[in-house]
Ligand binder design. Sequence first.
Ligand code: TRP
Ligand code: SF4
Length: 400
Amino acid sequence: MTDNLEKTRVLSGMRPTGALHLGHLCGVLLNWKKLQQRHECFFFVADWHALTTDYAAPPGAAQTRETALAWLCAGVDPKRATIFAQSHVPAHAELCVLLSMICPLPWLLRLPTYKEQKDSPGRDLDTHGFLGYPLLQAADIFAYRAGAVPVGEDQLPHLEFARELARRFNHLYGRTESFRAAAKSALDSLDAGARKSLEACARRYRREGDADSLEAAMQLINESAAEKNKKKILRAHLLYDAEEIIPAPRAVLTEAPKLPGTDGRKMSKSYGNAVALFDSPEEVCGKLARMQTDPARKRREDPGDPEKCPAWDLHKIFSDKKKQAWAAEGCRAASIGCLECKSALAEGVNKTLAPIREAREKYDKPGTVEAILRKGARRARAETERTLAAVRRAMLLQTR
Ligand code: TRP
Ligand code: SF4
């Protein structure tokens, strides 16, 4: 679409799950590192979110620290990105309360994560907190007026929910006299032809949600409106028929390579199959030595098929082309053993992890992570205060 991704503010959160592993590195952190080069980024430890599912066993402050420490060591840079803990920024909660007034219950009840997980054994998810967690997530995003939210596939319905909620908010609270006047004057500044097609596209888009009409209208606005401010007003007119108080955030799907754990299932702390970012070189070698391989290779002489071997999926990420060719050919010809193959893999993994371990000496000192989180929270609070001022005003609350 028309708005420039370059300038878009990025926000993402991660729950404090303790020891981060290769899955977090490849699936999330490498992507954050790339984003922080070109965007203004806010990354936070979602410690309230952790309570929505685990109130009976809160992860605790040490885990929040450990999570932030791993981000820092992996190269998320506090000079480029604002790094903080959710619970240090009360505006997330205030915005969540205000949004809860307009959030239709059925929107929450029909989200797939809720329906799938609410009756899962072992923990009680029959709580207001768990039902409302996507709403809290929307508040997280809206508090910064973030335009882009990098997430995994499982989070896409939550982002769609947030977009709908933003639209609802703007439509309810942005249809002010002053906006109507501004929209009219922006429309009047267009030539008659452009104005007519824009109105037609806007009607079609609002009535039928037709994406082509939206695209056409956006293009018209870009080409025909002279000033930046007029463009902004016309876009809000098109999207909400009201002022854009809360921009609808866009999901940026993180493309993550398939990353199996040592048992061949998806790498996850809860499966106990993960290689952690702070594992020692020996631990990495040991874990990978025990990793699942192609079950057809019972003996050293049995040829294998790398495509049936989870260790091969890791080779594709952590080994260079030469080593990959060596492993794949050696596997098919049974000219190498699995232990040999996996010890070569461990070398590559350890090479990736070496700078992360090294960075730990810099960051893992008493007070260092805490100071970074405190500074980040200060910046985050200042930013959220701007949004909340606009939201309070829009909802006709007493100014402070
Ligand atoms: N819900 C996300 C998860 O469990 C974490 C999260 C919380 C988040 N708030 C967010 C992600 C806002 C993106 C934006 O993985
Ligand atoms: Fe997997 Fe390597 Fe063994 Fe082949 S040789 S089955 S790729 S570990």
